[in-house]
Design a protein around this ligand. Sequence first.
Ligand code: G6P
Length: 615
Amino acid sequence: MCGIVSYIGPKEAYPILIKGLKRLEYRGYDSAGVAIINKGLNIYKTKGKVGDLENKILEEKKDINGNIGIAHTRWATHGEPNDVNAHPHSSGSGDLAIIHNGIIENYNSLKEELVSRGYKFESETDTEALVHLIDDIKKNEKVETAEAVRLTLNNVVGAYAIVILDKNKKNTLIAARKGSPLVVGVGEEKGEFFLASDATPIVEYTKDVVYLKDNEMAIIEDSKLIIKTIHNVSKTPFIEKLELNLDQIEKGGFSHFMIKEINEQPKSIFDSIRGRINLKDVSVEMRAIQDYEEKLKTVKRLIIIGCGTSWHAGLVGRYLFEEIAKLPVDVEYASEFRYRNPIVYPDDLVIAVSQSGETADTLAAMKLAKEKGATVFGLCNVIGSSIPRLSHAGAYTHAGPEIGVASTKAFTSQISVLVLMALAVAQIRGVISKDRMNLLLSELENIPKLVEKVLKINDQVYKIAERYKDSTNCLFLGRGINFPVALEGALKLKEISYIHAEGYPAAEMKHGPIALIDENMPVVVVAPRDNVYEKIISNICEIKARKGKIIAIVSEGDIKIKELADYVIEVPITEEILSPLLSTIPLQLLAYHIAVLRGCNVDQPRNLAKSVTVE
Ligand code: G6P
């Protein structure tokens, strides 16, 4: 978490840094800060959002001119969100400033050592230990700042993406990464460079980027970019072309990124399946699957790992792989799996699902599975991120940048690709007929059109949202493959509207949650016509009998549930295993409208961050 952006070059740094921070705010928004070198090294920082920092600088008429600067937007780990704990942090001498994304795990011992040598700590952050240590090594070893940074990093345990500014070196930026992402933008003008947590602050200035690898440093000095490892091995910068456009990361006329992204789903699903369905040969074309064909024939079990919404996609994946590929599946929270000493065999296949590709727990769980000899696939949205790089093979979701903190289009893209993977594996293992394969592939190809149709129910969902916006609790029920959809609906509502919501398998309701039901309790039931349809009608009757209010997501033309529910939202009929791709959308819209009606900041819900790079 935390977003970092830095600039050096002929332009004014401040506007570039502020604009960049706004693009990175999805990574955290507890505090914001900037350091610029002009006559001296000036650091301005404040609790709150980037907008608060801008206002403060404007009101206090601060000097923000300068061509070199670093900036940070924080998601607090060590130390509460306040002005003092905000980055950048400076060394005691005031010569150096640092921004950091990650966690320094041995900061306590480093701090004790530095304090015993007379260093005074102002903040409660782990980051401050880094800047004092750099200062200390610089003085004691009599080395240049870049070398002091390198030596410091050899003493550090933990994860970091850092950028350091030295007051006495107006032509130098020093950066390094391990475990947290960092991209270098090579500007079009001579001597112009950008550094950022992702490419979004860079894309409008240049398409040429270098993705730093773990343990690498980038030293920009006298208009040159030097890459070396923290073990002092030189590297040749590998410049890649960005495939990102500005309109992909702007709101494009929508009030929020979240609603833009909900509406993008016909395209994001289309892009995720595009080129992968071969109806002529009735097959799936996925490099990872083809390359691992022999392995997949003999795989005994699939373990899907992920966090948050990606874990929910994994739960849908379980139904898909069991149903289509006839493979036993475990679905694991990455954060639990990594600390459990799980039983993993070399003939297990692990799929790590992640939008960002940077989630710390998912990365650690993958490493563990790899150590235990499993084959590890990544299913990620962010190209070049850490998870795909750590995987043996994998697939991208191609949903495009997802900026709203609450995941929407990434979820449906993940499910779409999991369907393809399950079909491909089923075919390799010879457990699916050509007719069934043909039917499912054709139906999946048709899903983007059906999603477009579902989106037309927006106004109807808005009316339901108006009715229930003041609820304090909400229950989401589903069965079979739509149980994870209920979990996802509850997660969406609680994370952006702060209404307490719970997702439950509908039949389990009678073992507890039914006690919560009274005439004020909205219960959202995901009930398309499937093999548990009649069963879920019984569950609806149980809620009705206790005066609960029912909002039902049903298949087009449904009659029975219409008679029972207070509100019904119809979604087109499709194959049962594809139904989550449609039934999820009304739940995303419901959460969105309720949150907006309650005056919540849907794109930046409190305490959350989009990319969770700490455990
Ligand atoms: C955070 C985000 C969620 C996301 C989860 C996992 O909690 O707010 O939207 O589902 O992390 O992230 P990943 O990038 O691995 O999918």
